[in-house]
Design a protein around this ligand. Sequence first.
Ligand code: UT7
Length: 329
Amino acid sequence: MTKINAAIKGIHAWAPEYILNNKELESMVETSDEWILTRTGISERHILKGEGKGTSDIGTEAVKGLLEKTNTSPEEVDLLICATVTPDMQFPATANIISDKVGIKNAWSFDLNAACSGFIYALDTARRFVESGQYKKVVVVGADKMSSIVDYTDRATCVIFGDAGGAVLLEPTEEDLGIMDSIMRSDGVGRVHLHQKAGGSVKPASHETVDAREHYIYQEGQAVFKFAVTNMADVSAEIMEKNNLQPEDISYLVPHQANLRIIEATARRMQLDKDKVMINIQKYGNTTNGTIPMCLHEWQDKLKKGDNIILAAFGGGFTWGSIYIKWAI
Ligand code: UT7
């Protein structure tokens, strides 16, 4: 029997209009454009404004554009997975809400939470459904309205995050293309360094938790940085070795955009020149599940059929991983 591969057949992404630049942040907390740029590489980030707007609105824009671009009618979609840490609400799943908003009716849908590695976790999950032969059109969404959990009085985190999202369409192919391999990891020991303290079952929302500002991102930046820089580089080098890929065989590294210094360290470890690394952190900051599809969307015109691409991410949990793709469009 011929092996069925899962191939990305379309990509679309969306970021809200409002731009929060470093200058504006200087007026909100004690920081400077220079500090933010040198420590993170970020100049500006997009913020979703408007009453009643949530992550599903970002995801809906991305999926609508994706279906249009790929000439796919919503009824044809078999499954939609949404990776997010900022769901519209605790339940139902944001995937259910996006599906409803775009008119996906003959499908099931669910959310997946793996913090900043969520998009690659979701992509690797989705590909198993396609490879089974049972699923013909699977949509993977990565979207976050990070501004909903950012404390804009905490200079250590508020300069980092932004809102955005993207979506890809996975379809089966019998060609030697698509998602070729993946390495996925998690280690819950890392949970102490990056989390949201309240609002879950351990510490439900109360006046006290709100007063203590516990519904926001809590991050011990330096500790996370150390793990991120080592693990993202290791897992990217490991997938190259496992698949016998030399630096010259790789067209692009698509890294999660958490910090320019982490991205550069990963590229160095893979011995890749800067022009082979997708970097747009300066414009969007860390959009959590949005970073990788946003990059793929912005670079899609440069990608050619057969190009070898490595996706890599690291996030809260800790979670991390890499995916090797032979581009199929
Ligand atoms: O995507 C999910 C995974 N997350 C990550 O991968 C993030 C990993 N961590 C990082 O990217 C970096 O640790 C940060 C960008 C968060 C912070 O950079 P850093 O170089 O590790 O800075 P730091 O936390 O060690 O802080 C250095 C100094 C401190 O001052 P003192 O104690 O040396 O006087 C901070 O208080 O910088 C201060 N600081 C700031 N100063 C100006 C922290 N935030 C700011 C700020 N503006 N926004």
